[in-house]
Every structure is written in structure tokens, then in C-alpha cells.
Design a protein around this ligand. Structure first.
Ligand code: PEP
Length: 252
């Protein structure tokens, strides 16, 4: 049995003051929902404020990115040791990182190995661009991203990894994929790639999320699919009622 998982990626939104306000109101609602692992991922600057407010709430805290090195001359970067002081989770390889900051599968993999070292639960994002989707390259691209981004970690740690299938054309566009298509990628592409790395049993234990314009109106369509275990939510995670409704519909 894979426990459902819903994470909110706030991206570059909310100041510290705004975070305090949103987290305190949102956590009241989310705390009432059980049967689902819940994680909020505000910007780095807001993690300290959010961690104080979330203590004892049963809601996890995640960073949206990190460097792979523990420390050193990497101006402007945040290390896994710093993330670990406040967070239990970290998003790795989000398509915006891949597109705007040139993150490759190799870089994502270094960060993943670092997450293993620092005992952080990673949410690793994979997904094809619109051009790749239209050229029918989804399977090839997602399989390669999964195999290369997730290599070289121990099977025990692998079972903790959360994979988010996020078609780039569906992120922030209001054009979500559909349940059947997303499930087919999870079942026929991501899980076989995971099985190739870690064996069938571990592949079946790893949570696979869908992400891309998830709202309270379409969430149930994705969560009713057997190989989709929850969602990584962007825009809708900034709206209390929307995010609570999505979280509720993932709960078992
Ligand atoms: C995301 O940023 O991971 C995402 C899925 O965004 P949105 O829900 O806004 O499409």
C-alpha cells in the first residue's frame, strides 16, 4: 500500500510575512485531513518561518531545490545541510530548474545522492516538453530522465523517493493531462524504469505523483488511477480552499 502524497510547490511566491499568514491559515485546514502525506514547499527565505508554524502539525516542509555540495564557494546556493536543518523534503529537477537553470539529469542525480546522504525525502520531477509530446517522444524522454536522475542510490533509500510526473506543457497552463494518459506514463514508463534500477518490489513501493494544472475539479480523476499516488501542485497550492480540497480528495 502506497500512502497518498500531496505537495504544494509555492515557487517564487510569498514573502516571509505572507508565508506566516498563509501557513497559519492553511495548516488549520490541512491538519484536519488524515490518510495522506502533506508537504508545503515555500521559498528558501520563508522556510524558517514556516518550520516554526508547522511544528507538531503533521504537515511536512520541503525546499524547492538545493545544491549537492555540503558547503563551499558556491555563491547564492543553499546546501543540503542547510535544508536539512529545517526540512524533511526537497523538490529536485523541477522542469523550471531544468529549463531556466540548465539542470541536467546528471545534476539532478548528484542532488539526489546528496539527499540520500542528508536523509532528505526527494520529490524528483520528470516530464516531457510540448514539442516532445507532439513528436510522441514522451515515453523515451520520461524513461531516460527517470533512469538517469535516479541512478546510484541504495534500494532502501529508493523506496523513499517520490517521483512527480509533470508534463511541461501542463505546468501553469491550465491544460492538465488526463487520468488515463498520466496513469499510462506512471505504469508503463516510470515504474518499469524504476524496476530496472531497483527491482520490481521497490518500483511498486515508490510513490508516483502527477503534476500539471491540478485543481480541486480535476484532482479526483488523477487520484482514482491505480498508478498515481498523489500530486505535486503549483498554482492551486497557494489557495487555501483549493489545496485543502485537492488534499482531501487524495486521502484514503
Ligand atoms: C508545479 O509547479 O510543479 C506545477 C505542477 O504547477 P501548476 O500546478 O501550477 O501547473
Amino acid at each position: 500500500m502506497r500512502k497518498p502524497f500531496v505537495a504544494g510547490n509555492w515557487k517564487m511566491n510569498k514573502t516571509i510575512a505572507e508565508t506566516r499568514d498563509l501557513v497559519s491559515r492553511m495548516s488549520l485546514k490541512l491538519s484536519e485531513i488524515s490518510g495522506v502525506e502533506k508537504v508545503l514547499c515555500p521559498p528558501f527565505m520563508s522556510l524558517l518561518a514556516a518550520s516554526a508554524l508547522l511544528e507538531g502539525s503533521g504537515i511536512g516542509l520541503g525546499a524547492q531545490n538545493m545544491h549537492w555540495e555540503e558547503k563551499g564557494a558556491f555563491t547564492g546556493e543553499v546546501s543540503p545541510a542547510m535544508v536539512k536543518e529545517l526540512c524533511g523534503y526537497v523538490i529536485l529537477g523541477h522542469s523550471e530548474r531544468r529549463a531556466y537553470f540548465n539542470e541536467t539529469d546528471e545534476i539532478v542525480n548528484r542532488k539526489l545522492i546528496s539527499a540520500q546522504t542528508f536523509d532528505l525525502t526527494p520529490i524528483v520531477c520528470v516530464g516531457e516538453t510540448l514539442e516532445q509530446y507532439e513528436s510522441k517522444l514522451t515515453r523515451e524522454v520520461v524513461s531516460r530522465q527517470t533512469s538517469q536522475s535516479l541512478r546510484d542510490v541504495s534500494p532502501a533509500f529508493a523506496a523513499r523517493i517520490v517521483v512527480a510526473y509533470e508534463p511541461v506543457w501542463a505546468i501553469g497552463t491550465g491544460k492538465a493531462s488526463n487520468g488515463l494518459e498520466a496513469n499510462a506514463v506512471a505504469k508503463d514508463v516510470i515504474r518499469p524504469a524504476l524496476a530496472g534500477l531497483f527491482g520490481e518490489e521497490t518500483a511498486q513501493a515508490i510513490r508516483v505523483l502527477y503534476g500539471g494544472s491540478v485543481t480541486s475539479s480535476n484532482a479526483a480523476e488523477f487520484f482514482s488511477q491505480p498508478d498515481i499516488d498523489g500530486a505535486l501542485v503549483g498554482g492551486a497550492s497557494l489557495k487555501i480552499d483549493e489545496f485543502a480540497a485537492i488534499t482531501e480528495s487524495a486521502a484514503v
